[in-house]
Ligand binder design. Sequence first.
Ligand code: SAH
Length: 244
Amino acid sequence: MKGWIVVAGLGPGAEALVTPEVSAILAAATDVIGYIPYVARVPDREGLVKHASDNRVELDRARHALELAASGRRVVVVSSGDPGVFAMASAVFEAMEAGPADWRELDLRVLPGITAMLAAAAAVGAPLGHDFCAINLSDNLKPLDLVLKRLRLAIEGDFAMGFYNPRSRSRPGQFDRVLEVLREGCEPERLVVLARAVSTPEQSVTVLPLADLRAEMVDMRTMVILGSSLTRRVGRFVYTPRSA
Ligand code: SAH
């Protein structure tokens, strides 16, 4: 049997937002591997082996997936959203780079998914309708000073922004530092969207001015979208015009 490895995105939560391409590859797999809650989203079936692991072991998981594929298994590595956005695809390539040369010849593909930022934007209108950027606020893999520097420069560039991993229990004070930088650089009326658990039954979407934003309003299931200086409300929607 010839093995392969696919790194696939499961979308933000709703079954309807899993692409047909990803559903088809899951049906062909012998092994699914990923973070516990994402592997749980793949239905059980005869002949499918599920390898669920904790969030902090991404490189081990990537190595394990490559080893399985090299031994002839048909492996799908699952991420939520898109696998290339702060997720497993880069971890797999890192493991490939550090691993044996024959891993580079493996049959490997990356299948895109709907990333949380785009699902969150759609839930509220079109806040990313002009230039925007995405920033991972977690300092697990980079120093907080770098996060804050990128924020300052993106504010200077007047980008709308999507913030992933905004606040975890292990880094409680960090979002306050982010808030300080936002308040220094943006006017108090700047629109903020808090989109939590988008596309799941627990979805909630809140729009508020930056002046009202508090760290306690945000958790790890929240996508934060900060508008540009032109982002505004129309009726119950939020949008950014296409010209600046
Ligand atoms: N690869 C994923 C992102 C992983 S980082 C993607 O492309 O979406 C995890 C962060 O994504 C969370 O902390 C949260 O900020 C965001 N996120 C993921 N799913 C979400 C959802 N359904 N609703 C809101 N935010 C979500």
